[in-house]
Structures are given as structure tokens and as C-alpha cells.
Design a protein around this ligand. Structure first.
Ligand code: AMP
Ligand code: MG
Length: 419
């Protein structure tokens, strides 16, 4: 084999990392924002810091069911006998003062009554009723200030509870609500238009003509984009005709922030598209050192960003998740971008590979004697979508990597959290 294929630069192609950097460098988050009710903030990206308007918790309170006491009353040795003068419940504080020799029965979450500085847990105490006096015995060994939750220990008033750029999940909704806030400011949704190209592509509902295939890319992209919380604009299938493509691109650029196309960027097809895109905007055609998914276009058409993905269904998914998804997250305002969850697993079978491209195989994770293993998931052709469905991870074989022997460690990226 040709030795020059061992590095992307040597083949005149761009590495995945170079392409990612080039894409992310130019993008800036959307500027549009809107106020939404807390529940509607699920999946949305905060456009402003959320500031705690008061201390959380608002007052010192008990972390235990037990007795609120004055540490100064407690003997170093032997039990201390205190008079129980009342009770404090969460939401129903004890309004009096805990004086010398006194204690107040207290429940978890109840405000610490004035005078008390220490909570003794219920389980170590002994209650004595008698002679008209209600008393409690406290054993030695208590620490001053124990079992208290301090006002502001979760969040101090004025501090940043959630930073701009955070995508809201269930924990964030709860945190926002705990601050008494009914609304937050989020980035507007990213609008993404997409279409498939190719004279051979039929839409579902139509009979398949000779040599035709049903469009699957629009459905994988619909799924991927909807998961991200984008507003999706499905523009259908566009035939390989310059006028139709030009109109579709112009319509998409007018309606959306991002245009995703699939098909039509491979060497044989790119020529008229290249010429057209040079007129409509500024688009680079890349030969990527990636498998599957070598050809890709990236740039601007009007005010929209264009990602021209290859046509093969698996190549669409690989390039989307490796190169497009983080770009969309950045446009959506998410910061910092999530670190890719990549770890090492042992290949349970040999994998053939030539050095040169970064390969993304579909794999299935397993365990063997306490070690993470991974097995290629069936046939790996770039048109074989079934292996994407059967797999639960990408097996990543970096550019310089050659064939892998069974038992060798390889990098894996789980689909969970990615796809
Ligand atoms: P292209 O990149 O246009 O040369 O397409 C590469 C391969 O992917 C061809 O076999 C196409 O038929 C197939 N293909 C392109 N677009 C789609 C699509 N939307 N759904 C399913 N297969 C597609
Ligand atoms: Mg095509």
C-alpha cells in the first residue's frame, strides 16, 4: 500500500480534528432570546446567568429530627438534663427563646430557634416525663454546631445559581423553582432546514421506481435535530437539477439558521454544486480523512450556515455526530461544549484497517471478567443503517492506527448521551 496514506496531510485531506476546529472557530451563538416559564425551559439554553435572589436555604435549619440545644449547657462527662420547652416543625418555627438549661424538640428542616446552636439527634437522647416537668437526657460527646444546615450554604444571595450557556434538565428546573423564579431567559431555538438530494431518492408513500431507494437521511436527521431541541424544517427530496437545488438552497437560507443537505457532494456530483455555491455564498468542499464520510461541504449560504453531508446513510450519521452536532450546540449557546465521552475497551475480535483515515465502526459494548469489551456490530458498509441500530457505540480507530488484534485496547464512544 502507498505509504503516503498514513497521514491526512499527506493525502491532501483534512483530519476530523482539523475540520471540527475549522467549523467551530467561525460560529457564534445565536443572539435572539426569549423569556419562558420554568417548565418550558426544559432542554432550552440559558441566555443569562440565574442569580440567587436570597440565601438558600433561607435560614439556619436542622438536618435531623432531634433537639435544639445550647452547647454551653452540655457537660463534658455524664448526661445533661434539659427542660423541653416546645417544638419546632418545618414551616412552623418555635417562636420563643431557648434559655439556659432548655431544649426544643425539632424536626428536619425546621428553623433553628434563637438561643440554640446545636442539634442532638433524636436516637441518642432519652425523654423523661414526670413531676410536671418534661425533660430530655443528652449524652456527652456532642459537637457545637453539629447537624445544622447553614443559611446560604447551598447558594448565597447574589451568587450565580446557574451560568448562561447551561442547558436546562430536570435538576435545573428544580433549582430555578427553588429560587422562587417563575421564568428564565433562554436562547431562541435554532432553526435547521434540511433536504435530501438525488434523482434516485424516493419519499415514503411513493412507489419505488427502478434503481430507486427510499429516503432515510431525512428521518435520521429529523430525529437527531429534534433530540437537540431544534426547530426543524423538512424540505423534502430535491432532484439533482441545478435550478431545483439553487431554489431549495435559497429558500432554506431565507428560512433557517442552518442548512443540512445529504448527498451530492461526492466527487462525481460536486462540480455543478460547487459552481452554484460559489455564487450563492462561501462554501469549502472538503475531503476528510474519515471513514465513512469522506466528502463534506461547509460554509455560508446567505446568512445561514451550510453543512453538506455525504449521501450514504451511515456516513450522514457519523459526520453529523462527529462534526455537526457540537457546531449546532455552539450556535444554540451551549457553553462549555460537552467533552466527548471516549474511553478504552478491549476488542473482542480482530479489525482490519489501513493507516490514514479516522474510522468509526459501529460496535457493541460488553463485559468480560470485569473488563469492558467491544465487538464490531455486523456489516460495516456505509450504507448499512441496520448496524447503527444494532450498535451501542462507535469504535474509533485514529488515523495512524493499523489493524487491531483481538484483545487490543481500542477507543469507544457510547451512543448513550451522544445520539
Ligand atoms: P451521494 O453522496 O449522493 O453520491 O450518495 C451516496 C449513496 O447514498 C448513494 O448510494 C445514494 O443512493 C445514497 N443516498 C443518498 N441520499 C440518500 C438518502 N436520503 N437516503 C438513503 N440513501 C441515500
Ligand atoms: Mg446523490
Amino acid at each position: 500500500m502507498n505509504q503516503d496514506t498514513s497521514s491526512p496531510a499527506a493525502t491532501g485531506s483534512l483530519s476530523v480534528a482539523q475540520a471540527r476546529d475549522a467549523i467551530l472557530r467561525g460560529l457564534a451563538p445565536l443572539t435572539g432570546r426569549q423569556r419562558v416559564a420554568v417548565r418550558d425551559a426544559l432542554g432550552r439554553v440559558l441566555a443569562e446567568d440565574v442569580i440567587a435572589p436570597f440565601n438558600v436555604p433561607a435560614h439556619d435549619n436542622s438536618a435531623m429530627d432531634g433537639y435544639a440545644v445550647r452547647a454551653a449547657d452540655l457537660a463534658a462527662e455524664g448526661d445533661s438534663r434539659l427542660t423541653v420547652v416546645g417544638s419546632a416543625f418545618a414551616g412552623r418555627p418555635f417562636s420563643g427563646l431557648v434559655g439556659p438549661g432548655q431544649a426544643v424538640r425539632i424536626m428536619t428542616g425546621a428553623a433553628i430557634p434563637s438561643g440554640a446552636d446545636t442539634i442532638v439527634m433524636q436516637e441518642v437522647t432519652r425523654r423523661e416525663d414526670g413531676a410536671g416537668k418534661d425533660t430530655v437526657l443528652i449524652p456527652p460527646g456532642q459537637r457545637t454546631g453539629q447537624n445544622l444546615r447553614r443559611a446560604g450554604e447551598d447558594l448565597a444571595a447574589g451568587s450565580v445559581a446557574l451560568a448562561a450557556g447551561k442547558r436546562c434538565g430536570p435538576a435545573e428546573l428544580g433549582l430555578i423553582a427553588s429560587l422562587g423564579l417563575g421564568e428564565v431567559t433562554v436562547h431562541r431555538r435554532l432553526r435547521v432546514a434540511f433536504f435530501s438530494t438525488g434523482d434516485e431518492i424516493a419519499s415514503i408513500g411513493q412507489p419505488l421506481g427502478p434503481g430507486q431507494v427510499y429516503d432515510s437521511n431525512r428521518y435520521t436527521l429529523h430525529g437527531a435535530l429534534s433530540r437537540l431541541g431544534c426547530e426543524v424544517l423538512d424540505m423534502g427530496v430535491i432532484p439533482d437539477q441545478p435550478a431545483a437545488l439553487e431554489r431549495a438552497l435559497q429558500d432554506a437560507a431565507a428560512a433557517a439558521d442552518v442548512i443540512l443537505t445529504s448527498g451530492g457532494v461526492s466527487v462525481g456530483e460536486a462540480d455543478f454544486i460547487r459552481e452554484m455555491l460559489a455564487r450563492l455564498g462561501e462554501v469549502a468542499f472538503w475531503k476528510l480523512a474519515i471513514k465513512p464520510g469522506r466528502p463534506m461541504a461547509f460554509g455560508r449560504v446567505g446568512d445561514a450556515w451550510l453543512f453538506g453531508l455525504p449521501g450514504n446513510p451511515v456516513a450522514v450519521m457519523v459526520t453529523f455526530y462527529q462534526l455537526v452536532q457540537d457546531a449546532l450546540l455552539k450556535l444554540m449557546g451551549i457553553t462549555p461544549l460537552p467533552e466527548p465521552a471516549v474511553f478504552s475497551a478491549f476488542a473482542s475480535s480482530a479489525i482490519r484497517k489501513q493507516p490514514g483515515r479516522r474510522e468509526f465502526l459501529r460496535g457493541t459494548l460488553g463485559w468480560d471478567a470485569g473488563r469492558r469489551t467491544v465487538t464490531p456490530a455486523g456489516a460495516q458498509g456505509s450504507g448499512i443503517l441496520r448496524s447503527m441500530s444494532e450498535a451501542d457505540c462507535f469504535i474509533i480507530l485514529p488515523e495512524a492506527q493499523g489493524s487491531v488484534a483481538a484483545g487490543d485496547p481500542v477507543l469507544v464512544q457510547p451512543f448513550d448521551g451522544l445520539i
